[in-house]
Design a protein around this ligand. Structure first.
Ligand SMILES: Cc1ncc(COP(=O)(O)O)c(C=O)c1O
Length: 386
């Protein structure tokens, strides 16, 4: 079988493996899913049905997306991200994922290096590999709540470095990178002519005194940032596969060349749904955020009772957290997770899935109900007391 080395080097996802294993057992308490568990708000679905009934969804749209949708996105970027956007700087994509993949394809040549602060969303690492690039993993500083290590990032730069790619709030740690640190990243990128590729999927789920900062709001960064966003998390629209990216109008035609062979355009029915999401009431976003905040607090309280097993940093955003396993058997996070699933019927995600610095950790998701968290922790308390 002739399969490219580019694809062969990509390891099987530990996340999907755990999902597969979880299905073998009945009555599992799930803390392993990073997707919103609430349904898509009704008015968004209704708008899609209405677009279908009007016969608007059977063809392709413009490759970069419907102009009226891009217009609403530009307004949102100005209002919520402080980005001076216009519609020629936007491509509507198949979720954030396709936007990120197209961004990486446009930014790097084979052999180029991309710096990724880790632990990070493993798909980013794979996107660099699939573009025949080299992921350069720079550890976050766990003791400082998984802060960006600016000095180590500077030291990781070589003549082959082309980009820095990060998500804030971060999957899996829930860290919100503060403006001050992102301004330092901006300086590094300008000094070394690097592209910064951002994944801002969790931008609306921010807690305590944290603030979401979009690096593209720095005017000097205009030509050095590709920012990727999604409707998946904000409006619980995982299955609609709809997101968008923002970049300078001179960069957009280049990214479009990568977007077209993979997607032609984002699903048109989903573009109409996204339009309704942006134009309609934003109460749903606030409701999701309040629920996640309550669930974060509950999960932290429950983790406090398992101090001999886990040590954690409180996440400032997203609906994910990344406790360290203090037990000796936690050094191998995959076997630890498998055992927890088999013996306690609790499904979690092994930390190694997020890069080598993720080993000895678990990723826990709190985008679930109060009952699910209590069920999982009641079981873990009993299991670890044995
Ligand atoms: C950081 C991050 N980016 C992107 C995605 C996926 O986004 P989309 O559904 O918009 O492709 C996820 C999903 O878990 C994520 O955690």
């Amino acid at each position: 079988m002739n399969i490219s080395n580019r694809v062969k080097q990509i390891k099987k996802s530990a996340i999907h493996e755990m999902t597969r294993l979880s299905k073998q057992y009945d009555d599992v308490a799930f803390l392993s899913w990073a997707k919103p568990t609430s349904g898509t708000p009704e008015h968004i679905g209704n708008a899609a049905v209405s677009a279908i009934n009007k016969g608007l969804t059977g063809g392709y749209s413009q490759n970069e997306g419907l102009p009226e949708l891009r217009n609403e996105i530009a307004k949102k970027l100005k209002r919520d991200n402080n980005i001076e956007a216009n519609i020629s700087q936007i491509i509507v994509t198949v979720g954030a994922i396709e936007g990120l993949a197209a961004a990486v394809m446009a930014a790097i040549d084979p052999g180029d290096e991309v710096i990724l602060p880790t632990p990070t969303y493993s798909t980013h690492i794979r996107q660099v590999q699939i573009a025949s690039g080299k992921p350069v993993l720079v550890p976050l500083i766990e003791e400082k709540n998984f802060a960006l290590d600016i000095q180590s990032i500077k030291e990781a730069i070589t003549p082959r470095t082309k980009a820095i790619m990060y998500c804030s709030p971060n999957n899996p740690t829930g860290t919100v990178f503060p403006e001050e640190k992102l301004r330092q990243i901006a300086e590094i990128s300008l000094e070394n002519n690097l592209m910064v590729i951002t994944d801002e999927a969790y931008e609306y789920f921010i807690y305590d005194d944290n603030k979401h900062f979009s690096i593209a709001s720095i005017p000097e960064m205009k030509k050095n940032v590709i920012s990727c966003f999604t409707f998946t998390k904000t409006y619980a629209m995982t299955g609609w596969r709809i997101g968008y990216l923002h970049a300078d109008e001179e960069v957009i035609p280049q990214i479009k060349k990568a977007h077209i062979p993979f997607a032609i355009c984002a699903p048109v029915v989903s573009q109409y749904a996204a339009l309704a999401a942006l134009k309609g009431s934003q109460n749903c976003v606030e409701e999701f955020g309040n629920h996640y905040l309550n669930m974060r607090n509950l999960m932290c309280e429950r983790l406090d009772k398992l101090k001999s097993v886990f040590e954690y940093q409180k996440p400032g955003g997203s609906y994910l957290m990344f406790p360290k396993i203090l037990l000796k058997e936690g050094k191998d996070s995959i076997s630890f997770c498998k055992k927890l699933l088999k013996e306690a019927r609790v499904s979690t995600t092994p930390g190694i899935a997020f890069g080598p610095t993720g080993e000895s950790h678990l990723r826990l998701s709190f985008c679930v109900s109060e009952e699910e968290i209590n069920k999982a922790f009641d079981r873990m308390e009993k299991y670890f007391q044995k």
